[in-house]
Design a protein around this ligand. Structure first.
Ligand SMILES: Cc1ncc(COP(=O)(O)O)c(C=O)c1O
Length: 472
């Protein structure tokens, strides 16, 4: 039997105060350095300040309500305002607020590691905590290098990832990232990071309708890169189950089975970067479970605590742990706040909610309705494709549906960066127009959402995209 997730009533916030909202916005403009943000944009307009959340809704400092169509940043799986997560944090901070995992353990990290190992497939039994996703990716590359150094293959240091993928911003993770615009100005990057094609079938017209042939081709591009670089120089391949950046590229049928076989053939580690795709986003605890492949490492973060407190992890197989279990070898790597007691306690309480409300099944039961609701938007001339899985979709925006012509630089600037973000937000929907690849709008609401929220998303997108088309 499926239980219904709790969607707390969308009550108005207390004490919305216009003057206080203006003060916050002005102060943010003067002192806060926002991430990936053109700060110049806020010289002329207010900084949106979000003050409260309940269920799938958030409120700004003026008291206006928005549907959180992006779960914060693919993070707030169980929705906002869950008292029991706040209480878990309070209880743990009262008991033991902090202790490091440097040669010592604390109960919350131990029990969370045990729980994650039980949830992960195969012998992914060893959990190395971090504070977020980029650190987990960074840790995975370092572990791959040290593992090979410790097992007599010190020449294996390179990594392969996909074009347009995003894996984080620290220099190692940024080197794995496949978005040149994000790397500009930060070179030289970490040597040895190579890129291969992603699984964007919409833009692979030479494969016609043959999705499986496309998948074989995309997987084989990894084998070709390994051959080209020299198999004994390649340590790992980093792939997301569904690639986020570029706009939700699901794997073609057979893709991951072939990638696994290629990695085994060449002795290369497969890292499943599940910073977005884990913890229910695709209707399973881990994205690899949805597509039936077994990686050597999983990197995850965001949804582990639903964002109520920061935490991430690298989960590794027994084999990768092996060289570190004897002698004087240790993984020379760590972070002060990794596996923080408060974050670990919150993550445990968050996973309790997943179990109690059967959120994974809820996503699996409702993703078809979500997809169908979004696909109604295909009647708009600007929507070229709707793609994704679970509660994780992108709408690709095109200038000409028949030819799939995309927008030029000036139109992207005006529409995708200029018009859309503000217009969607003003219309009551927080989601993400993005053009790291071709222009898309991404939606990934909290996993508690149902048809009424899908309809609300569709309705706002319909009116704003109609207006956008009139401006093309
Ligand atoms: C696939 C993937 N890897 C890594 C990261 C980096 O995570 P963080 O921002 O927590 O460092 C992200 C962030 O969105 C991501 O989507």
């Amino acid at each position: 039997m499926t239980t219904t997730p709790q969607t707390p009533p969308a009550e108005p916030p207390e004490g919305a105060d216009g003057d206080a909202a203006q003060d916050l916005s002005a102060s943010a403009r003067d002192h806060l350095w926002m991430h990936f943000t053109r700060m110049s944009a806020y010289q002329q307009q207010d900084v949106p300040v979000i003050v409260r959340g309940r269920g799938p809704y958030i409120w700004d400092a003026h008291g206006k309500r928005y549907l959180d169509g992006l779960s914060g940043l693919f993070t707030v799986q169980v929705g906002h305002g869950r008292q029991e997560l706040a209480e878990a944090a309070y209880k743990q901070a009262s008991e033991l607020a902090y202790f490091p995992l440097w040669s010592y353990a604390h109960p919350q990290a131990v029990t969370l590691a045990e729980r994650l190992a039980a949830l992960a497939p195969g012998d992914l039994n060893r959990v190395f905590f971090t504070t977020g996703g980029g650190e987990a990716v960074e840790s995975a590359w370092k572990l791959a290098r040290q593992y090979f150094a410790a097992t007599g293959q010190p020449g294996r240091y390179k990594v392969i990832s996909r074009n347009t993928s995003y894996h984080g911003t620290t220099l190692g993770a940024l080197s794995i990232t496949g978005v040149p615009a994000l790397q500009r100005g930060f070179g030289p990057l970490v040597p040895g990071a190579r890129k291969v094609p992603n699984t964007n079938f919409y833009r692979a017209r030479e494969h016609g309708d043959d999705l499986e042939a496309f998948g074989r081709w995309a997987a084989d591009s990894i084998a070709q890169m390994i051959e080209f670089e020299g198999p004994d120089t390649v340590a790992a391949v980093f792939l997301e189950p569904v690639q986020n950046s570029g706009g939700c590229f699901p794997p073609p049928p057979g893709y991951f089975a072939r990638v696994r076989e290629i990695c085994d053939r060449y002795g290369v580690l497969l890292v499943s970067d599940e910073v977005i795709c884990a913890f229910g986003r695709l209707g399973h605890t881990f994205g690899c479970q949805r597509y039936g492949y077994l990686p050597d490492m999983i990197t995850c973060a965001k949804g582990m605590s639903s964002g109520y407190s920061p935490i991430g992890a690298l989960i590794a197989t027994d084999r990768l742990m092996e060289p570190f279990l004897s002698g004087t070898t240790s993984f020379s790597h760590g972070f002060t706040f990794a596996g923080h007691p408060v974050s670990s306690a919150v993550a445990m309480a968050n996973l309790d909610i997943f179990d109690r409300e059967d959120l994974l099944q809820h996503v699996r039961s409702n993703e078809g309705a979500f997809r169908a609701t979004l696909e109604k938007l295909l009647d708009l001339p600007i929507v070229g494709e709707v793609r994704g899985d679970g509660y994780f979709f992108a709408l690709e925006l095109v200038k000409d549906k028949a030819t799939r012509e995309t927008f030029g630089a000036e139109e992207r600037e005006r529409l995708v960066r200029g018009f859309l973000p503000g217009a969607l937000f003003d219309a009551g929907l927080y989601c993400r127009p993005d053009d790291r690849g071709d222009p898309v709008v991404q939606v990934a609401p909290p996993l508690i959402c149902g048809q009424e929220h899908f309809d609300e998303i569709e309705s706002v997108l319909r009116s704003v995209l109609t207006e956008a088309w009139s401006r093309v």
